[in-house]
Design a protein around this ligand. Structure first.
Ligand SMILES: C[S@@+](CC[C@H](N)C(=O)[O-])C[C@H]1O[C@@H](n2cnc3c(N)ncnc32)[C@H](O)[C@@H]1O
Length: 342
């Protein structure tokens, strides 16, 4: 396995490329400190063998952000725009190092938690697709995390003077689409349910804190969307149960209703579902007795890099269309012009 210092540096580079100089500087500082045998080595001692997919560097960044959000690291907080900090990102490490020294056992414990996010921007895809359907929808989300996007119809989607969704929503996605979705109907979500093996409750302090801590502290747009979605979650109920895709869909598809169109939605989930479960879910969908539309936003390798593709598959016909391409966090979405035939 790549030496841990190199993993920190690689992740730092990724964070800078993805618009978080704060997390970049933090992880570079941690790498230098670890190389020198400083406190980082002690904090990360139990995490050195974690496989790459578990992103231990981001666990570490999330753990420190959590201390900041909990007001346990006031000096470090001065560097975090998420709590109003304005001190330079590039000078974050000395304060982070002191926070590490003051909180070793707590940080070691936080390093055992998996990184768990819920990207509100991905609702730009879901809402656009729901607007193509023109039917009352029963929305089932697989890998829903905290279920924030089960409330996609309560967000505002603003293009120029036109605002779709709920115009006064605290979640405002500005210019979510490069071009308009090919068909426009009102969206009516009648039922919203999700599953996740590790669901987070967005109505509890711990759930809200956990979700916020894993958004990088200088990514103001993502943080603002998340805060808005947490407010909506407090007033619009949606159930996310602890279950995997197969268990959840087996039961929920059997309970489908003729008056409603069932939409199964998943975003950046499929890679985490093991191949046998994926196959079983696909077989289950293929034998669905009532009409189901599966809508997915998942990464695909194209010419050596990742593209986030949006597909819709209609069952029982099994007809699959490429509806759009998006970015990892959602907007801007570029629609292909393809339509869903129900
Ligand atoms: C990268 S997160 C994406 C969460 C959410 N869909 C979003 O777009 O913000 C991947 C999610 O898939 C969930 N997951 C992992 N294995 C799963 C399975 N077998 N069935 C359903 N969800 C799964 C994880 O717990 C995690 O919440």
């Amino acid at each position: 396995m790549t030496p841990f210092v190199d993993r920190l540096l690689l992740q730092a580079e990724q964070c800078r490329l993805m618009g978080s100089p704060l997390t970049g500087a933090l992880l570079e500082g941690a790498a230098a400190d670890m190389r020198a045998g400083g406190v980082t080595a002690e904090v990360l001692a139990g995490s050195l063998e974690l496989p790459p997919g578990t992103v231990p560097s981001l666990r570490f960044a999330g753990a420190l952000h959590r201390l900041v959000l909990e007001r346990k690291a006031p000096e470090l907080a001065l560097h975090y725009p998420s709590v109003g900090g304005t001190a330079p990102a590039e000078e974050v490490w000395p304060a982070a190092e002191r926070a590490c020294r003051e909180h070793v056992p707590e940080l070691q414990q936080l390093m055992t938690r998996t990184v768990q996010t819920n990207e509100v921007g991905r609702a730009a895809v879901l809402f656009g697709v729901l607007g193509m359907l023109g039917r009352r929808v029963r929305l089932l989300e697989v890998g829903a995390s905290a279920g924030l996007n089960l409330r996609a119809d309560h967000f505002a989607y603003a293009t120029g003077d036109v605002v779709l969704g709920e115009p006064s929503s605290p979640v405002r996605l500005v210019d979510p689409w490069k071009n308009p979705p090919p068909v426009r109907h009102d969206v009516e979500v009648v039922e919203r349910r999700g599953c996740d093996p590790n669901p987070l409750d967005p109505t509890t302090t711990d759930g809200r804190l956990t979700l916020t801590s894993y958004v990088w502290g200088d990514q103001s747009v993502r943080l603002e969307r998340l805060r808005g979605a947490l407010d909506i979650a407090a007033r619009v109920p949606a159930q996310v149960e602890q279950a995997g895709a197969l268990e959840f869909l087996t039961r929920e598809l059997a309970a489908s209703d003729d008056d409603l169109l069932t939409v199964v939605w998943h975003s950046v989930v499929w890679q985490y579902v093991d191949p046998a479960e994926r196959k079983a879910v696909e077989e289950l969908l293929a034998t669905a007795e009532r009409r189901v539309v599966r809508v997915s936003l998942e990464p695909e390798a194209v010419d050596g890099s990742y593209v986030f593709r949006v597909h819709a598959t209609t069952y029982p016909s099994g007809r699959r269309v490429h509806l759009a391409d998006a970015l990892g966090h959602g907007p801007p979405v570029r629609w292909t012009g393809a339509r869903i035939e129900l």
